[in-house]
Design a protein around this ligand. Structure first.
Ligand SMILES: NC(=O)C1=CN([C@@H]2O[C@H](COP(=O)(O)OP(=O)(O)OC[C@H]3O[C@@H](n4cnc5c(N)ncnc54)[C@H](O)[C@@H]3O)[C@@H](O)[C@H]2O)C=CC1
Ligand SMILES: O=C(O)C(=O)CO
Length: 386
C-alpha cells in the first residue's frame, strides 16, 4: 500500500483536476491552468523519483490529466489508473518520451504530450559546452588547480585538441543535433559529417552558405557530408555528438565494436539518452585509450554510473542538465501544461510541433491548441488550422 503523498493545491474549486508529479519552474503554467478552471495539485514529496504506486496514489479516483517526468515509468498500469479516474491527457515535461509506452496510452485513449523546440538551443549549448570542456580538458585542469598542484607553466601541461578545421560528427541530426552542428560549424569552423535516417536539408543549406561566405572572405570554407552509415561518421570524425531518440534501433548504438572504430584521440558527447551507449564497453575503452575523451549528460542506469566511470579522468560527467536553463525549463512546464489543458478542453493539436513560439510568449494568451501530442494520429485527434 503506497503511503499518502504530500501535495500543494492551487484553485481548490476548479472543475478539472490536473496533477503535476513534480513542482516545475515558473508560475505561468499554473496560472494558465487555473484561468481555465483547473484545480492544480502539485506533488511536493521529497523523493526524486516517484514510483508507480506513488503516482497511482496521486491520480486517485478522479483526475482529468497528469503532467509527469521522464524518470517515471508511464506504462499499462499508470494509463489504466488514469483512465479509471476519467483522465484522457498526459504530458511528459520533456521532449524525449522513451519512458512512455505510447501503445498502452493508445489503448486507454490517453493523449501523450511532449515538449519539443523550447529546449533545442539550450540542449545543443550543453553539448557544445561538453565538447569544449572535453577538448581542452577543463575539468581535469580545474581539479589540478584546486588541489594546489600548479607550480608553473609547462609546455605539456593539459594539452588537448584544437577544434578549428577538424571534423564534427553528428548522429541524429534532428532539432538538437542540427542546432549543435550549426554551433560547431559556425563557432569553430569545423567540417560536418552526419548520419540520420532522414536528410537534414536545412542544415546542409546552412553549411553550404556558410562555406561560401568563408570562401568569399578569403578563409578556408567548411564542408558537409551526409554519411551512408553511422560507422562512416565514427571513423572520420574527431568529435562526435549523439542526438537520436532512444528506441529499439538506437539502444547500444555505440558499443565495443563501434568504439574501436573511432580515432584514438576522438571525443564522444552524449546528451541524448544513456542507453544509446553501452556504458560498460565505454568504461573499458576509456581505460585502454587515455587520450579518448567523453562528455556525458546521460547514463545507462540513470541516476547511477557503471562501475569505474566516476574514476576516469578522461570522462566529464554532469547530471542530465542539458535543458536546464531558466527560460527553457519554464517553457517546458508551460508546453506540458498546455498539452494537458488542450486535451481537457477539446482543443485541436497544434499544426507544427517544431514551431511552438506562440505558446511561449508571456505577453499574449497561448493559442487554443495542444502544442505537441505524439499519438494525435493514432487517437484521430483533429489538427489546428491556425
Ligand atoms: N539530455 C537532455 O537533457 C536532453 C535529451 N534529449 C534527447 O534528445 C533526443 C532528440 O531530441 P530532438 O532533437 O528534439 O528530436 P528530433 O526528433 O528532432 O531528432 C531526433 C533525430 O534522431 C534521428 N534518428 C532516429 N533514429 C535514428 C537512428 N537509428 N540513427 C540515426 N538517427 C536516428 C531522427 O531521424 C531525428 O532526426 C530526445 O528524444 C531526447 O531523448 C532532448 C532534450 C534534452
Ligand atoms: O527533454 C528531454 O528529453 C530531457 O531529457 C530533459 O530535458
Amino acid at each position: 500500500m503506497a503511503k499518502p503523498v504530500s501535495i500543494e493545491v492551487w484553485n481548490p474549486c476548479g472543475k478539472y483536476r490536473v496533477v503535476s508529479t513534480k513542482p516545475m519552474p515558473g508560475t505561468r503554467w499554473i496560472d494558465l491552468l487555473v484561468q481555465q478552471d483547473c484545480r492544480v495539485e502539485i506533488c511536493t514529496q521529497k523523493k526524486t523519483i516517484l514510483s508507480v504506486e506513488d503516482i497511482i496514489a496521486l491520480i486517485g479516483d478522479k483526475c482529468d490529466g497528469v503532467i509527469g517526468q521522464l524518470t517515471e515509468d508511464w506504462g499499462e498500469t499508470l494509463f489504466s489508473a488514469l483512465s479509471r479516474a476519467g483522465g484522457r491527457a498526459f504530458s511528459n515535461m520533456a521532449v524525449g518520451y522513451n519512458n512512455v509506452d505510447v501503445n498502452a496510452a493508445n489503448k486507454y485513449g490517453v493523449a501523450v504530450g511532449n515538449t519539443p523546440g523550447v529546449l533545442t538551443e539550450t540542449t545543443a549549448e550543453l553539448a557544445a559546452s561538453l565538447s569544449m570542456a572535453a577538448a581542452r580538458r577543463i575539468v581535469e585542469a580545474d581539479e589540478f588547480m584546486r588541489a594546489g598542484l600548479y607550480d608553473g607553466w609547462l609546455p605539456h601541461l593539459f594539452v588537448g585538441n584544437l577544434l578549428r578545421g577538424q571534423t564534427v560528427g553528428v548522429i541524429g541530426a534532428g532539432r538538437i543535433g542540427s542546432a549543435y552542428a550549426r554551433m560547431m560549424v559556425e563557432g569553430f569552423k569545423m567540417n560536418l559529417i552526419y548520419y540520420d535516417l532522414y536528410q537534414a536539408t536545412r542544415l546542409e543549406k546552412f553549411v553550404t552558405a556558410y562555406g561560401q561566405f568563408l570562401k568569399a572572405s578569403g578563409e578556408q570554407p567548411v564542408t558537409w557530408k551526409r554519411a551512408a552509415s553511422m560507422d562512416e561518421v565514427l571513423r572520420e570524425a574527431d568529435l562526435i555528438s549523439l542526438h537520436p531518440v532512444l528506441d529499439k534501433t538506437t539502444y547500444h548504438l555505440v558499443n565495443k565494436e563501434r568504439l574501436s572504430m573511432m580515432k584514438k584521440e576522438a571525443i564522444l558527447i552524449n546528451c541524448s539518452r544513456g542507453p544509446v551507449i553501452d556504458e560498460v564497453a565505454l568504461v573499458a575503452h576509456l581505460k585502454e585509450n587515455p587520450m579518448f575523451r567523453v562528455g556525458l549528460d546521460v547514463f545507462e542506469d540513470e541516476p547511477y554510473m557503471k562501475p569505474g566511470l566516476a574514476e576516469m579522468k578522461n570522462a566529464i560527467v554532469v547530471p542530465h542538465i542539458a535543458s536546464a536553463s531558466k527560460w527553457t525549463r519554464e517553457g517546458m512546464a508551460t508546453l506540458a501544461a498546455l498539452n494537458v489543458l488542450g486535451k481537457i478542453k477539446g482543443y485541436p493539436i497544434w499544426h507544427d510541433p517544431n514551431k511552438v513560439e506562440p505558446f511561449l510568449n508571456e505577453n499574449s494568451l497561448p493559442p487554443a491548441a495542444s502544442p505537441s501530442i505524439v499519438n494525435a494520429k493514432a487517437l484521430g485527434l483533429p489538427v489546428s488550422k491556425l
